[in-house]
Design a binder for this molecule. Structure first.
Ligand SMILES: [Zn+2]
Length: 489
């Protein structure tokens, strides 16, 4: 019997990238794509992809996994369950968080999350480091040491009592990032507005989950984006604005980008497919749809789609933040909590790609190449995982998803693989489903079964890369040539 030319050949599928669609075989050798062509020689494993789409594995650049909240609530997923859910949903790389809480040593925090991922992850992973305690030691010793180990994004909160770093903390972090060629991702909402509105609402008895949406007035997004962008411009530090939810927020980003600033932006399925009305349910049921920022209106959805179409927003991530709808999660403060006592966040790591595939490929909004771009190629490039990840090219990791474009799936509670037991998209039917998933050439999902061992996911060390490189356009106040010689960097 002739020796197989490849470890695996995916035969006769329709291959899609962020720029092209074509019929081809893909030959895989040693975990990477070795050949793309017609009538390739035999593989030791042959996968028939006739009538199917072969797309790059998804990259989910924003997922909270096995993370302890500031309020001490552990999220419902372990690395094993969250990355299993990711794999079933066609995602082969995740960027999750190593979350420092106040008083914690960042070195220890990162080592702890690395150990959890090493034990449980079934897909490849890398981290954003959440900084809530930007002390001198953290910024001047730990951040440089961790960046050198391949942890090159800092994540900052501008809101939440126990997480937000304040204006000066944010400036300190932007400067530390610039010094270390790291990238900065930000949860940008005005803290005072949210805090004040929350108190007013609760005082007057408006405690149901739907009032959570009111407590994050839409203006708190544009205000924080504007302030953040002014800070980033002062420091000359590129930023990523996470989970954009409002039309006004999109406008602020568009104007900044129009001025040539390196402002990148992300949105999530909850801002494209949900509105505030989804929280208007009897009792505390609406808690299942609670996330921050909250879903807004249909007009915002349209503005965000337009932002994606024009490139003002580049990435769609899940912001997977799973809490079970019980006393371990959403209802940890009792059976009848006020919205202020309910953990924020939704499960979404598995549904992200099917929801977007249905909207963009099956229903045609923005089309297949843009689907691949927003969910794989752009996050790979921005977070410096490309060309290893994010596309289908010779030499790239063979992270490939074979989609059945015709399969219709009615989403329902309990059918996905995370541990919340519910999906905010229950009752919707999507067309198109990830059928077979390969991670570095290995079949990890096939015929609705997982074939990957916990811990088989690999850590992807990263440098900041091109997106994180400053413009070199110094603000006058930071430029010794124009600030009377003050050296502030
Ligand atoms: Zn998040």
């Amino acid at each position: 019997m002739p020796q197989a030319a490849f470890d695996c050949v995916i035969r006769a599928g329709r291959v899609g990238t962020a720029v092209d669609e074509f019929d081809a075989d893909i030959g895989i050798q040693d975990g990477t794509i070795a050949a793309i062509g017609r009538d390739l020689a035999a593989g030791a494993i042959e996968i028939d992809a006739r009538g199917k789409l072969v797309l790059p594995g998804g990259i989910d650049a924003h997922a909270h996994i096995e993370q302890l909240s500031a309020a001490g609530i552990v999220n419902a997923d372990t690395f094993e369950s969250a990355t299993t859910a990711a794999a079933f949903g066609g995602t082969t790389t995740v960027i999750c968080f190593a979350a420092q809480h106040r008083g914690m040593n960042l070195m220890t925090v990162v080592a702890d999350y690395m150990a959890l991922a090493r034990k449980g992850a079934v897909i490849d992973y890398t981290f954003h480091m959440i900084l809530t305690d930007p002390t001198k030691v953290t910024l001047e010793e730990h951040v440089p040491a961790l960046v050198a180990q391949g942890h090159s994004t800092l994540k900052v909160f501008m809101t939440y009592d126990l997480l937000n770093v304040g204006d000066e903390g944010l400036l300190d972090i932007l400067l530390a990032a610039r010094r270390n060629k790291a990238f900065v991702c930000v949860h940008a909402e005005n803290h005072g507005m949210i805090s004040w509105m929350g108190k007013k609402l609760v005082e007057k008895g408006y405690t149901a989950p739907k009032y959570h949406t009111v407590s994050h007035p839409r203006g708190c997004e544009a205000e924080a984006f504007t302030r953040l962008i002014a800070f980033a411009e002062l420091i000359d530090q590129p930023i990523m604005i996470f989970h954009v939810s409002t039309a006004e927020g999109v406008d602020v980003i568009r104007r900044a980008r129009g001025r040539g600033l390196k402002v990148f932006a992300e949105t999530c399925p909850q801002y494209l497919f949900m509105t505030a009305k989804d929280l208007d349910k009897p009792g505390v049921e609406g808690a299942k749809w609670m996330c921050s920022p909250p879903p807004r209106t249909e007009a915002d959805q349209e503005a965000i789609w337009q932002g994606l179409a024009l490139g003002d927003l580049q990435v769609v991530s899940s912001d997977h933040a799973p809490y079970a709808f019980d006393a371990t999660g959403k209802l940890s403060a009792g059976a009848n909590p006020s919205f202020k006592q309910i953990a924020n966040g939704l499960p979404g790591i598995e549904a992200r790609l099917p929801l977007l595939f249905d909207a963009m490929v099956s229903k045609g909004r923005l089309g297949l190449p843009k689907f691949v771009e927003l969910t794989a190629t752009a996050p790979a490039k921005i977070y410096n995982l490309h060309p290893r990840k994010g596309s289908i090219a010779v030499g790239a990791d063979a992270d490939l998803v074979i989609w059945d474009p015709k399969r219709q799936v009615a989403l329902a509670d309990g059918m996905l693989h995370d541990r919340t037991g519910y999906t905010p998209y229950a009752g919707r039917t999507v067309r198109g489903w990830p059928e077979t998933v390969l991670r570095r050439g290995e079949v990890v999902v096939r015929a609705d079964k997982l074939a990957a061992r916990p811990g088989s996911g690999a850590f992807l060390p990263r440098t900041g890369g091109a997106a994180a490189a400053p413009l070199g356009r110094l603000a006058a106040d930071m430029d010794p040539a124009r600030n009377f010689g003050a050296r502030l960097y």
